[in-house]
Ligand binder design. Structure first.
Ligand code: ACO
Length: 330
């Protein structure tokens, strides 16, 4: 029998996970001072809005956080691992060079019926890319229930002798179950990349000959990233609204990538959205890269801010340079 192709995908449940160790700016500044690195709570809060982040214990990998977030999302969706027929994990801090973190998640969740599992690498835009891939596979009938996860242990690639980057990032994971639906959930998606800017945000080391060749730590030209980010976040928001035939005034909630409160404020201003319509977790999570959007989304759902039927704009920007947006009815 040929199954009719579902026309839409919809978020059936959300989940997230944070490692228990919370490090506030004061504690981080004290640790950095011991290494001779000068920073302060006041500088970090003023320039970024970050007050604290979570760091995973050394034995905890991205897949461990991903599995916790996935279990919460499955429970919220009322589904079992055996119902899942696609796993997409967005991460830049995978457990291993290969196989993919998605296959490790599949194994840890005990999903044994052979569904496809793949990683997506688009740094902080990873969850937007992963959702777009899963949405396309559901709409073409290749999957009915997809686990879409963003999971990171960015603390592993931070250089704690570089105060311009190490204060910005944290660890965590967020997940959604995306299911085939007769009613629209995901309304439109928009993805972009421009490899000309890859040098402004990268972790350039490569695994070779039994070790990492080159620099294993994250490097960023913060001001260059900032300037590009504010421009592309506005343009991708407008594109995705136009594709869906919606307007700025239709947006109930903006869930942006959580990198810097000033970037979020600028995007909100350009879209004429008051800040009370913007979900902000950067103050408590720092920048968790591919995990930041689903983490923020899940927190807002569980706290009752985002409700069923709300129109939500997700948007991300990250290394590559990559950027994109997803507009959805929750
Ligand atoms: N503590 C104290 N002082 C600091 C620190 C720190 N942690 N870091 C930098 N400084 C100093 C600098 O050395 C500089 O000192 P100087 O004037 O004596 O040279 C001064 O503070 C100002 O530095 P700037 O780089 O100009 O600070 P800016 O206001 O641009 O803020 C920041 C830096 C927070 C990185 C900002 O540029 C930013 O948020 N950029 C965007 C980052 C981003 O969005 N990333 C998203 C993608 S992430 C991904 O894809 C993985």
């Amino acid at each position: 029998m040929i199954e009719s192709t579902p026309r839409h995908s919809r978020i059936a449940g959300t989940g997230s996970a944070l490692p228990p160790r919370r490090v506030d700016n004061v504690e981080l500044a004290a640790e950095l001072a011991e290494r001779g690195i000068d920073t302060s709570d006041a500088w970090i809060v003023e320039r970024t809005g970050i007050r604290a982040r979570h760091f995973a214990a050394p034995e905890v990998n991205a897949s461990d956080l991903a599995v916790q977030a996935a279990r919460h999302a499955l429970e919220a969706a009322g589904l079992q691992g055996s119902d899942i027929d696609l796993i997409v994990v967005a991460t830049s801090t995978p457990d291993m060079t290969f196989p993919s973190t998605a296959t490790i998640v599949q194994r840890k969740l005990g999903i044994v019926h052979g569904c496809p599992a793949l990683d997506v690498q688009a740094v902080c835009s990873g969850f937007i890319y992963a959702t777009t891939v899963a949405d396309a596979m559901i709409r073409t009938g290749s999957a009915r229930h997809a686990l879409v996860i963003g999971a990171e242990v960015f603390s592993r690639i931070l250089n704690f002798d570089d105060r311009t980057t190490c204060v910005l990032f944290g660890d965590g994971a967020g997940a959604v179950v995306l299911s085939a639906s007769d009613t629209p959930g995901i309304l439109a998606t928009d993805l972009h990349a421009d490899g000309r800017h890859l040098d402004i945000l990268c972790t350039p080391g490569v695994v070779a000959r039994g070790g990492v060749l080159g620099d294993p730590f994250l490097r960023m030209d913060g001001q260059a990233v900032f300037k590009l980010a504010v421009g592309v976040l506005e343009s991708t928001a407008r594109t995705v609204l136009e594709k869906a035939g919606r307007r700025e005034t239709d947006i109930d909630w903006l869930v942006p990538h959580q990198a810097n409160i000033r970037i979020m404020q600028s995007t909100a201003r350009k879209l004429k959205l008051p800040m009370d319509k913007v979900i902000v977790t950067v103050d408590r999570h720092g920048n968790t890269s591919a995990a930041s959007i689903p983490l923020a989304f899940d927190e807002a759902v569980r706290s009752g801010r985002i409700q069923r039927g709300d129109t939500v704009l997700l948007e991300g920007v990250g290394g590559g340079f990559t950027w994109g947006a997803v507009l959805l009815d929750f």
